[in-house]
Design a protein around this ligand. Sequence first.
Ligand code: NAP
Length: 227
Amino acid sequence: MITGSLKGLGKETAKELLNKQYHVVISGRDSLHGKAVEEELKAVGSVCFMPLDVSRTDSIEAFANDVLSTYGSVDVLVNNAGIFPDRAKAGTLDELSNELHEAFTTNSVGPMLLIEKFLPGMLAKGSGRIVNVSSGMGQLSHMGGGSPAYRISKVALNGVTRFYFATLRNTDVLINSVCPGWVKTDMGGKEAPRSLEKGASGIVWAATLPKGGPNGGFFRDGEALEF
Ligand code: NAP
């Protein structure tokens, strides 16, 4: 189950998991586009589109009901959907107040609400993989200036990883944050040095970790990063 998977890193992650024979639920806000991407990815493997806006609790509720009534539980949750609302906008925190709220709702709160929906099924089965697609820009140990909405919402997403890890450390439900690196997508821009394939590979790595794999960490290309 991958959020924001109709383009960019989410779609590439879907393709790679389909290549590994996973049944993949792709999701996004635009159902027409979602059905078209579902048709396209059917050439790769077993895929199903379900509508989801991660910034809306009613949408998360309806989506979780759809997924759980169809499949019972999910093996892998990839919290990929994200926004960078202050990418090209500087200002005081007062001027960026809308961007701060939007970023937290989409990048931090949505992932947490989705974990709340799908974690109980993983715990009941005794296994699961949760990947929170974060960013080096949310690294507390190397915090830079600018883009406070994006940066601090990704710090909070890393906090979500650590919060759940506290209760999961002795289980086979592995939750990790992943930075894909700076990748050529609509968000990353054309000047980004990394390909989609390279960026998605670290997400797929965390989504397919074997039993006993790392838990509660922050990774890029499968290598540990400081939070
Ligand atoms: P992207 O091409 O802009 O894709 C973002 C995806 O998130 C889109 O599918 C978008 O859907 C979806 N999304 C945004 N708000 C949503 C919402 N409320 N509900 C559902 N879906 C929503 O960006 P990307 O580069 O692939 O980014 C994927 C993730 O990687 C993000 O979390 C981002 O922060 C992270 N990341 C990217 C880079 C980079 O260099 N690209 C670096 C570090 C981290 P719509 O098409 O409907 O807008």
